[in-house]
Design a protein around this ligand. Structure first.
Ligand code: 7TS
Length: 427
């Protein structure tokens, strides 16, 4: 992220939550998302679970329908018209992702099923090629399970060590502790760009600089970063970057692994089979270079095309405009939530993306989630696949409101009203 979402400079055109401005026409944006105009339990849907998955604009929905209605076929293997159309659109999706991340080459964009598969791919292919017993991988205390368990599996299999950067009571990444953990044994630093449970923005540029000074590579989990601000992999000077399409207003079943081309081509394949080979005989098989090296079998065709359209969509609004809008909503939500008696925000880091985890005194998060749902408000409750974060703050679960580019201050008010009702009901 060039600018973390909460340090984006605010301008009079961009910092207004609900109000349409020349730079940010919120009503027009909301009208692009069909689901936002529906009601649940007779109440307008207030969708505040974007951290789990974001809703889809009409442009993405239509693009996916168009694939199946107009030109669907398998890719990379047909001389016929539909196959060529599908291949061009599919590879167009790759090219949009490359530009979105400012990747030097489209060959560096590997399509996966999602961030989980991207991280597993790196652990499997890079890890098994380059790690040996005694090597160290550093993660942080606020990782999603998807960036913990694959490394634990390698620890079990190869005997590597896993080091964990602690977080402070506000949910800040403890940089001094990180520096202390780095050593010549460190081979990889795999950390989240933005915490899904706390919203904390990790100072990734400094993390990368220090890791590289020790000769270690860096993988960033960008799931919660790419929907909120512009990411430039060259400016970051990172080695691997992963994210899921469905949190970026795109379809499910499609995700991205970006890696430096030389690195990718030095790695053993992840899955093997059709489309990733150069030649096969019963004696010997040779493999293609990236990206096809890592894309065995028929890929998620319509989904990759849909992801490209989602990227067009956020870029047309502008990532900086989105960041500024969401920052306004985050600030407003933080202030309003703190007026609720007994409500405690968990995660008050210096730099935050538009995610607020909270606890309401005396109300179990699951009861809270069920209660506000009846008011049409969708929040996530649970451990957010980040159980170590819950342990760190001594809770089993939290409620979490995570905002997207279409959320408004009016929706924050609806959440606050629903929480006041919840408090009265259980109080
Ligand atoms: N990494 C982070 C930081 C995430 O937030 C998530 C999903 C993942 C990895 C895994 O992504 P997937 O698309 O492969 O499943 N996070 C959440 C969440 O916060 N609530 O539901 C899913």
């Amino acid at each position: 992220m060039n600018k973390p979402s909460n340090v984006v400079e605010m301008t009079p055109e961009t910092n207004l939550g609900d109000n349409s401005t020349a730079a940010y026409d919120i009503e027009k944006i909301r009208a692009d998302f069909p689901i936002l105009s529906r009601e649940v339990y007779g109440k307008p849907l207030v969708y505040l679970d974007n951290g789990a998955s974001a809703q889809k604009p009409r442009q993405v929905i239509d693009a996916i329908s168009e694939v199946f209605e107009q030109y669907y076929s398998n890719v990379h293997r047909g001389v016929h018209w539909t196959s060529q159309q599908s291949t061009t659109a599919f590879e167009g999706g790759r090219s949009k992702v490359a530009k979105f991340l400012n990747a030097p080459s489209e060959n560096e964009i590997i399509f996966t099923r999602g961030a989980t598969e991207s991280i597993n791919l790196v652990a499997h292919s890079w890890g098994r090629t380059f790690l040996k017993a005694g090597d160290e991988v550093i993660i942080s205390h606020m990782e999603h399970h998807a960036n913990i368990v694959p490394w634990q599996m390698l620890r079990q299999e190869l005997g590597i060590d896993l080091k964990v950067v602690p977080i402070d009571d506000d949910g800040n990444f403890m940089f001094d502790e990180y520096e202390n953990l780095l050593s010549p044994k460190t081979k990889l630093v795999a950390v989240t760009h933005v915490s899904n449970a706390l919203g904390s923005v990790v100072p990734v540029k400094d993390v990368i600089e220090k890791a590289h000074a020790q000769g270690a590579l860096v993988l960033l989990d960008g799931c919660q970063a790419v929907p909120h601000a512009a990411v430039d992999v060259q400016d970051l000077d990172v080695d691997f970057y992963v994210f899921s399409g469905h949190k970026l207003y795109g379809p499910t079943g499609i995700g991205v692994l970006w890696g430096r081309e030389d690195l990718l081509n030095s790695m053993t394949p992840y899955q093997t089979g059709g489309e990733m080979i150069s030649s096969v005989t019963f004696e010997k098989t040779t493999f293609k270079k990236a990206p096809h090296r890592f894309e065995a079998g028929t890929p998620a065709i319509a989904e990759a095309i849909g992801l490209g359209v989602a990227i067009d969509y956020v870029q047309a609004i502008g990532l900086d405009n989105i960041a500024a809008h969401e920052h306004g909503v985050l600030q407003y939500a933080t202030e309003r939530l703190l007026t609720i008696e007994g409500l405690k925000i968990i995660g008050t880091a210096k730099e935050k993306a538009a995610i607020i985890s909270f606890d309401l005194d005396g109300v179990h998060p699951h009861d809270l989630g069920t209660f506000v749902d009846r008011a049409g408000v969708a929040v996530r409750v649970g451990h957010h696949c980040a159980q170590p974060v819950m342990d760190r703050f001594g809770v089993a679960a939290t409620a979490r409101a995570s905002f997207g580019l279409y959320n408004t201050r009016g929706e924050v008010d609806a959440l606050v009203d629903a929480l006041e009702e919840t408090r009265k009901f259980f109080g």
